[in-house]
Design a protein around this ligand. Structure first.
Ligand code: FES
Length: 597
């Protein structure tokens, strides 16, 4: 065994001879970045071996054969994570409630169980409604008895002379409602719900107060699964090869840590959380639940399960109230998942009178075109280029990332996140760079650089590592592949619905990249068809908002199922015209303005 010291993190780990450094880092809980899944292709897992020559090696292919001192060089743990979305007014009518009950004593000479008297009181209270008027609700006859609740009930009834506060989850199927009692107490207690947007790259959690749905805390972090690959395919393949435990285990652990962190910042404990909602793409959904992802990596790429699900949280390792529940939002298709459904819930796209386009660009690009409950969606294989993968100096939007680029007076002028020395370039910077190259005639319409060589964006004096920050012709090629996939998706959806592009009145960009990109640059290079210029707005973390909406409103939870079922899925790869359209979109579109040097 060898001893490996990670100096930046202050962690020491043991390693067997021949073990890869990446493996050691995973075991030590360092969450290393490994976009290509440890295949030695991307180079983003590089670490510095200190002492002697300070060599930089790819940790995934470097085998340990001696004691080492390693500098992980910071990775991307500090990436800026978008937590805000556009919230909207809605009736607060959650499935989770705390209800005060007055349970009558057991009549003398009878032997009616505590549970029966409690259950009758609860049914009566819910049937009457909170305002005391009879509500048009029919409750299902069965309200399953719970030994855990029953054992708490007796002492409470004795202590309070019949007054009980019950935390209840009400599930509705057609006109029949089922009540599940999650907890009882002698006094009113603060109680909470938590919404999660599990993205391929980042995870965002929101803690909501049960009383009024207001936000009590927010937490975010990188998805720890990045150490198994940047995209869903790498992660799916890893789990098929090595089993589901590692990937399911690390995301559940992250969710548990975030639940504790949020509870603590709200002055509560995780056991006061009774309901959790989860929105994520289909692969994140399956990996969270431990569902085999085999169907996602083989044609026809369908989900193993698409329906909305209500599950017991403890069965999936969540450490909240022991009887807490999970609402899993439904999926639409193998590559259009519950995160898109959550965006539909929060954005209200289905209610728009005018044709509206919703684009969520992450490690994949999902596009939905719709109005008045006519919706069609596709997934575009945009790849993670906009999140820094496969770009020579690409990185996520974190401090030191070049995020805006301009060509001014014959030179490049850039800004970086946090105004720090440049470490790399993120998606919005890359988009600006291509748009400026095209505007100033430094690139041909097919993407060839005028000088045929690399572009030095930031000279060595302005970078963190003291080397020029340069982009190579292949980087432009990667960007073209990504932008062509999205633009072809938009055009094919519009054609399928017979909607001329000028009839699309609004374009909503969801997600972090959509919030930070320049719409002008996106139209200039044809990522978004230039015909849609002037109609583009960012809607922030719409998936996170949707995950909160289904907790705050039973109608929204029900609606999520209807929206998933109503949305038609268009499989682009199956369309004969897709390849031609994709190739057309690789080129940069005609400029509307004059070319300026
Ligand atoms: S080269 Fe090591 S993870 Fe990609």
């Amino acid at each position: 065994m060898y001893e490996i010291q990670f100096i930046r993190e202050g962690v020491t780990a043991k390693a067997e001879a021949g073990e890869s450094l990446l493996e050691v880092m995973r075991r030590a809980g360092l969450t290393p970045d490994a976009p290509c899944g440890g295949n030695g292709r991307c180079g983003k897992c590089a670490v510095k071996l200190c002492g002697g020559k300070d060599t930089v090696v790819k940790s995934c292919v470097f085998s340990v054969c001696e004691d080492l001192i390693v500098d992980t060089m910071g990775a991307d743990a500090s990436a800026n994570i978008l937590t805000k979305g556009v919230s909207h007014d809605m009736l607060f009518d959650p499935a989770l409630r705390q209800i005060r009950l007055e349970v009558p004593p057991c009549p003398a000479g009878e032997s009616t169980a505590d549970w029966k008297r409690f259950a009758d009181s609860l049914r009566g209270a819910v049937e009457k409604g909170e305002d005391g008027k009879a509500a048009a609700r029919r409750l299902s006859a069965a309200m399953p008895a719970s030994p855990e609740i029953a054992s708490k009930l007796g002492p409470i009834l004795k202590e309070t002379k019949g007054v009980v506060w019950a935390v209840v989850f009400e599930d509705a199927e057609a006109d029949v409602r089922t009540l599940t009692v999650l907890d009882v107490s002698a006094e009113r207690q603060p109680f909470y719900m938590a919404a999660f947007d599990i993205g391929t790259t980042t995870v965002v959690g929101y803690l909501l107060r049960g009383e009024d749905g207001s936000e009590a805390a927010v937490a975010s972090r990188m998805n720890p699964q990045v150490q198994y690959g940047a995209d869903v395919i790498n992660r799916a393949n890893y789990s098929l090869e090595h089993g589901m435990e590692e990937l399911s285990g690390c995301i559940r652990a992250a969710v548990n840590e975030m639940l504790s962190e949020m509870a603590e910042s709200a002055g509560a404990v995780p056991e006061q959380i009774y309901l959790v909602s989860v929105a994520g793409n289909t692969c994140m959904h399956h990996l969270f639940l431990g569902i085999c992802v085999d169907s996602l990596v083989h044609a026809p790429y369908n989900p193993a399960v698409a329906e909305p699900m209500i599950l017991r949280a403890s069965d999936y390792g969540l450490r909240i109230s022991p009887r807490g529940q999970i609402l899993m939002l439904p999926n639409i298709a193998g590559f259009v998942g519950a995160d898109t459904v959550a965006c539909l819930v929060s954005s209200g796209l289905a209610d728009q009178k005018e044709w509206t386009l919703l684009i969520d660009i992450g490690t994949n690009g999902e596009v939905v075109l719709g109005r008045e409950h006519q919706m069609i969606a596709c997934s575009t294989a945009a790849g993670p280029a906009f999140e820094g993968s496969r770009i020579s100096r690409g990185m996520r939007g974190a401090p030191g990332a070049v995020n805006t680029v301009k060509w001014e007076n014959g030179a490049w002028s850039c800004t970086t996140i946090g105004d720090q020395k440049a470490r790399g370039i993120c998606g919005s910077g890359l988009l600006d760079l291509a748009a400026e190259l095209w505007r100033t005639g430094q690139i041909s319409e097919t993407g060839e650089l005028q000088n045929g060589r690399q572009i030095v964006l930031v000279p060595a004096s302005g970078t963190e590592d003291g080397k020029d920050l340069a982009l190579i012709p292949q980087d432009i090629g990667e960007l073209q592949l990504a932008k062509a996939a999205i633009a072809a998706g938009v055009r094919l959806l519009a054609e399928k619905m017979n909607v001329p592009l000028d009839e699309i009145r609004q374009v909503w960009l969801a997600g972090a990249f959509g919030s930070f990109l320049s719409p002008e640059s996106a139209c200039r290079i044809g990522l978004i068809p230039p015909e849609l210029r002037g109609r583009i707005s960012a809607i922030g973390n719409a998936a996170g908002e949707g995950a909160k909406d289904v907790l705050r409103s039973r109608a929204m939870w029900k609606r999520s199922a209807a929206l998933a079922a109503e949305t038609e899925f268009l499989e682009l790869a199956g369309l004969p015209e897709f390849q031609d359209r994709f190739v057309d979109e690789l080129e940069f579109p005609e400029l509307e303005e004059d070319r300026t040097e």
